[in-house]
Design a protein around this ligand. Structure first.
Ligand code: TYD
Ligand code: MG
Length: 477
């Protein structure tokens, strides 16, 4: 038997090479290239004549365009993230770490749709039928008319489903377990994942069924293997959360039919995932009132305001190089704020370890969190608790000025709704609308001004490790 031309594919990014090498040039990863013998390498299939292309008509850009009809899942937090439900013939990739609750979420979605009278099929490639049944039973969903199977052959699945009227929703749990005859690579390789996904996507487009593919994610947050599927599917959702905590956040990473900045918030309970309609309450529920180093940030996630607690710990270091650790926020933004505190506020942190954490396992991307983060840092440093009834928002510029942020009124209203009385906000910008929320507004123009007011609190409280305690000179004003 003649050996085919070998094809070496990076298991991380999917780049193909003619021969093996230790490092992938495309993504820079080491030891990720494996021989997959793809079979796509030979462009000409022997014994088959090249086909002449079929002619088709070109259409003008203007013309009838109908809004894609949607099938709501019946789970509002899920629909918020997809942009209003499933589009016919669309394919969605749901990524997340093992054990985060993907199967639980999808069996709930499938059961809700089935109960509403839509045909749904759930294919498990990982668990036996009995296991899926057990879970459904525990969730009280055993009566829902979901078609269930434990299969991994894509050809078998498509043949079975094409036999009858195709389902409205097909769940494939997970894409890593699927394999297709069309490619020769071993199951679980990037080539198999890509081939299987291609076949399923073709089936979705041809039949009009909406498909959800489950993809397991590696520790560094990349969808392993399915990375190569990301650009083929219509939407990529990621399901996140801290293993130890009950919150789960569903986020759209890519969405051809909707927004990508919306989040859906769930809580993992003994009876499956529960929707959290008002996440601010949840993220603030275990607040440690009156201790230094915590500030509440009034943020916006997608179209929804969200209040979260930012926690900071600034402590003298025992190492040569002080530690800077941040969870849930951008490391470089933390460095920037520390630099501004040092340059414009006279707070020297080179001898201190700095830790910053967003409570509840949330991840924040807004620059508007700068002010709250800085307030938490200074509060911890000065050992002065911040007022417990205050929220913070505002962007910090390199000059130390506080810049206005979008949707100030929405943020203030949410804070008022949750029982806060004060908002520390940027001085610049239009604060009239903000005042309508009924909060006491405390505009600050510069970071130095904020530091001065926190230092004042620390003096009043008689805290001993104040900013003014000798070593540090204040240039606030
Ligand atoms: P699962 O959906 O199997 O995760 P994934 O498919 O992402 O790997 O969820 C597994 C975890 O969820 C497991 O640790 C148990 C927990 N769980 C609950 O806490 N409550 C429940 O009702 C269910 C079904 C699971
Ligand atoms: Mg699972």
């Amino acid at each position: 038997m003649s050996r085919r031309e070998a094809s070496f594919v990076c298991q991380n990014c999917g780049a193909a090479y003619g021969r093996w090498q230790g490092k992938c040039d495309a993504c820079g990863e080491w030891n990720t290239i494996a021989d997959e013998n793809t079979g796509i390498a030979s462009p000409r299939v022997p014994g088959r004549r090249p086909r002449k292309g079929r002619l088709f008509a070109l259409e003008p850009l203007s013309g009838e365009a109908r809004e894609a009809p949607r099938l709501g899942s019946g789970i509002a937090e899920f629909d918020r993230v997809t942009g209003g439900g499933f589009v016919r013939g669309s394919v969605l990739l749901l990524g997340g770490e093992p054990g985060i609750g993907k199967s639980t979420l999808l069996i709930q979605v499938a059961a809700t749709l089935a109960t509403a009278g839509h045909s749904t099929v759930y294919i498990s490639g990982e668990e036996a039928i009995a296991q899926v049944r057990l879970r459904a039973d525990r969730l009280g969903l055993a009566k829902a008319a979901v078609g269930l199977a434990a299969e991994t052959s894509v050809e078998d699945i498509i043949a079975t489903l094409a036999e009858k009227k195709p389902p409205r929703l097909l769940v494939i749990d997970s894409i890593q377990t699927m394999w297709t005859d069309a490619v020769e690579a071993a199951p679980g390789t990037v080539t198999q994942v890509r081939g299987s996904a291609q076949a399923l996507i073709r089936f979705a487009k041809a039949s009009g069924a909406a498909i959800i593919l489950v993809g397991h994610v590696t520790k560094d947050g990349q969808i392993a293997g399915p990375r190569v599927v990301e650009h083929m599917v219509d939407a990529v959702l990621s399901f996140e959360g801290e293993g130890s905590q009950q919150f789960r956040i569903l986020r759209a990473v890519k969405n051809r039919f909707g927004p990508t900045d919306e989040i859906g918030v769930f809580e993992m309970t003994g009876l499956g995932l529960r929707e959290i309609a008002n996440p601010s309450e949840l993220f603030l529920s275990e607040r440690d009132l009156g201790s230094p180093g915590t500030a509440v940030f009034a943020g916006i996630e997608g179209s929804r305001p969200l209040l979260v607690e930012i926690q900071a710990l600034v402590a003298p270091t025992s190492l040569g190089t002080p530690r800077r650790a941040v969870v849930g926020w951008d490391q470089s933004r933390l460095s920037m704020i520390l630099a501004v505190l040092e340059a414009h506020c006279g707070i020297r942190l080179s001898g201190h370890d700095v830790y910053l954490n967003i409570a509840g396992g949330l991840r924040i991307q807004e620059p508007a969190a700068d002010l709250a983060a800085a307030a938490a840092l200074v509060s911890s440093f000065a050992n002065a608790p911040l007022p417990p009834d205050a929220v913070y928002f505002g962007e910090i510029s390199l000059s130390g000025a506080i810049r206005p942020v979008a949707q100030a009124a929405t943020r203030a209203k949410e804070a008022q709704k949750l029982g806060f009385h004060r908002a520390i906000i940027p001085e610049a910008g239009n604060n009239d609308a903000c005042g309508d929320a009924g909060l006491t507004l405390e505009p600050v123009g510069s970071l130095a001004r904020l530091v001065a007011s926190i230092a004042n609190r620390s003096k009043q409280d008689g805290a001993h490790r104040g900013i003014e305690a000798g070593r540090h000179t204040m240039r606030a004003g």
